[in-house]
Structures are given as structure tokens and as C-alpha cells.
Design a protein around this ligand. Structure first.
Ligand SMILES: NC(=O)c1ccc[n+]([C@@H]2O[C@H](COP(=O)([O-])OP(=O)(O)OC[C@H]3O[C@@H](n4cnc5c(N)ncnc54)[C@H](O)[C@@H]3O)[C@@H](O)[C@H]2O)c1
Length: 318
């Protein structure tokens, strides 16, 4: 192999605020990317982050980090979009759409023009609506457009369940699907620990199954961002770790099942909307959206979530 012509693994990040900068730091520590491009409307912010990150290189991995522009997205395997206004205390994610849709119309065509073959990974809220908007504004194939979706909510749910049941969060298998937001849906019907339904697990541990307590775990999951934003103004560590997990699955072609947002076609008759379902992620992006079986209540709630998202999508006139 001619090492001078070898392709270096490039990841671009647009938006170097709390989320983008935390992701950049996690990516640098991981050593997965040889090149990290930082793009922000506030050029000085991107430059400052690049300087600070480069000074960590002697402690981490040989990596080239620089503040660039959209032409530097060329050849990036993954471009993470984390630009835009964040939630303020009490503000819903869907309320952000007016501010962030305008930003999207300027960013997405630029990234796609310079990098028509890369994968776009969206973090900005409302993430499902912006994932759909990305598809329309970029004209990229659906497998190349992924929203972080409920990867974070699923992590919060697994963590809170793990605390309740006293087992490692990684041993709890439970998904949050639908919108990353107020209408998200917990899939209790298939939630399990070691293949045991949660009721059975309660019984085996001699624990009383207390439906209100278990229900509260979902409410804490759904409302976690509001509680964190009230306290520290923003959330970024866990979402950055989720973005890292998706990026790793792509760069290493891992075929990992993750709850992420992508174009949904004919799932229980639900069509033409982006939301999260467990999805196989590989080097090509969305390899397969898994058609999880739901009970009737879950399905009803998911249909409601899809309708809420579609209403917001329609308001954009894409
Ligand atoms: N998907 C999730 O799970 C999740 C979790 C947390 C936050 N978020 C979302 O991520 C987004 C970013 O949050 P944050 O806390 O990092 O915000 P932030 O305000 O700290 O950073 C936003 C950055 O975007 C930049 N920016 C704004 N307009 C731009 C443009 N047109 N081009 C390039 N850069 C531009 C700003 O200069 C700023 O650096 C928000 O929408 C927030 O709601 C998503």
C-alpha cells in the first residue's frame, strides 16, 4: 500500500457547542479518527476547540484536528451535525424547530455538496424532524442519514432500570422508540434482563412488582433533559457518548443494534417520517430497521408519536 495515498479516516463536526465539542473530545480519546474537522459559524470557537484538542494529542492518539469549512467535509466517513439553538429551561424540543430549521437550510446542502457519499449523523433538536429535513435537503440515500434519536433515552431508561433492579445497565435490554421527546414510547412488552421479563425478574428477586414505581422510571427517562437543563443548563456527556457509539459502529462496521432515528417505511402502516426503532448500523449507515413487535398500547402510542412528528414536518414545507 502506498502510505502517502492511504485514506485517513475523517470525521467532521458541524457545531462546536456543548454537544459537538464533547463529542470531539470523546472521539479524540477513542483514537478512531485520524482527522477531525471542526466547523462552526463562530470560527473562533472552532479554532479554540481545535487548539485545545490538539494539545491533548500527546496524551492520546496521533490525530489531526483543525478548524475548517464545508469543503473539508469532503471524504469524511461521518459528519456529525450538532449546530443550532439548544433547549432553554422548560422549552420542548419541538419548539426549537423554527430556529433550527433555518440553520439547517444553510448547513445541509453545503455538507452534501462537498460530501455526497458520507454519512450524516444528526444530534440537533428536534432531532427526528431535522433528520427528515436532512434527507430532503441533502438528497442523500436514506441509509446515509441517521439521527441520534432515542439512543440517549434508551440509555437513560436502561440506567434507571439497572438502578431499580440492581444489575449492570449493560445487562438490561429495553428500548425507547418513537420521538426523541415528549411523545416517546417505552417498549415494556419486550424489556428483559437475561431474557426474563421484568415482572419475572422482580419475582425471582423477591421484589414486589410496583407498577407506579416502574412507571415512574419511564417518566424520569422522558423528562431527564428538563431536570438536567434546570440544574446545569444543558446536557452533553451522555449524548456525546451515544454519538460515539454510533460513530464506532459505522467506522468499525459493527452491525450494532442501536435505537436511532431514520426514515420509517411501512412499519405497522406508518410511513414517511423519521423516528427511532432498534436499527442495525454498519459501515454503510442504516443497514436494517428492525420491525419490533409491539402490543396494542405501544402501537397506539407510537402512532400518536409519528403523527406529532408529521405535523411539525408538514409545517416546514420541505
Ligand atoms: N439529540 C440529543 O439527544 C441531544 C442532546 C442534547 C442536546 N441536543 C441538541 O444539540 C444541539 C446543540 O446543543 P448544544 O448544547 O451543543 O448548543 P450550543 O449552543 O452549546 O452550541 C451550538 C453551536 O452551534 C453553532 N452554530 C449555530 N448556528 C450555526 C450555523 N449556522 N452553522 C454552524 N454552526 C452554528 C453555535 O455557534 C454553537 O457553537 C441543540 O439543538 C440541542 O437541543 C441534542
Amino acid at each position: 500500500m502506498d502510505i502517502n495515498n492511504a485514506t485517513l479516516t475523517r470525521v467532521a463536526i458541524v457545531g462546536l457547542g456543548n454537544v459537538g465539542a464533547t463529542f470531539a473530545y470523546a472521539l479524540l480519546l477513542s483514537g478512531l479518527a485520524a482527522e477531525i474537522v471542526l466547523i462552526d459559524a463562530n470560527r473562533a470557537k472552532a479554532e479554540g476547540e481545535a487548539m485545545d484538542l490538539n494539545h491533548a494529542v500527546p496524551f492520546t492518539h496521533p490525530t489531526n484536528v483543525w478548524a475548517g469549512d464545508y469543503s473539508d467535509c469532503a471524504g469524511a466517513v461521518v459528519t456529525v451535525l450538532a449546530a443550532g439553538a439548544p433547549q432553554t429551561p422548560g422549552e420542548t424540543r419541538l419548539h426549537l424547530i423554527n430556529k433550527n430549521a433555518a440553520i439547517w437550510r444553510s448547513i445541509v446542502p453545503e455538507v452534501a455538496r462537498h460530501n455526497p457519499h458520507g454519512i450524516l449523523l444528526i444530534a440537533t433538536n428536534p432531532v427526528d424532524v431535522l433528520t427528515y429535513a436532512t434527507l430532503k435537503l441533502s438528497a442523500l440515500p436514506p441509509q446515509s442519514v441517521i439521527g441520534s434519536g432515542t439512543i440517549l433515552d434508551t440509555a437513560r431508561f436502561r440506567y434507571l432500570l439497572s438502578q431499580h433492579f440492581g444489575v449492570d445497565a449493560r445487562s438490561v435490554h429495553a428500548y425507547i422508540i418513537g420521538e426523541h421527546g415528549d411523545s416517546e414510547v417505552p417498549v415494556w412488552s419486550s424489556a428483559n434482563i437475561a431474557g426474563m421479563r421484568l415482572r419475572e425478574f422482580h419475582k425471582m428477586q423477591g421484589m414486589h412488582y410496583d407498577a407506579p414505581v416502574v412507571g415512574k422510571i419511564f417518566a424520569q427517562t422522558r423528562d431527564a433533559a428538563y431536570h438536567i437543563i434546570e440544574r446545569k443548563g444543558a446536557t452533553y456527556y451522555a449524548v456525546a457518548a451515544g454519538l460515539m457509539r454510533i460513530t464506532q459502529a459505522i467506522l468499525r462496521n459493527q452491525r450494532t443494534v442501536l435505537s436511532v432515528s431514520s426514515l420509517i417505511t411501512d412499519y405497522y402502516g406508518i410511513d414517511d417520517v423519521c423516528f427511532s426503532l432498534p436499527t442495525v448500523i454498519d459501515r454503510g449507515g442504516v443497514e436494517q430497521v428492525l420491525r419490533l413487535e409491539l402490543d396494542s398500547q405501544e402501537l397506539g402510542n407510537l402512532r400518536r408519536s409519528a403523527e406529532i412528528l408529521k405535523q411539525t414536518i408538514r409545517s416546514l414545507n420541505l
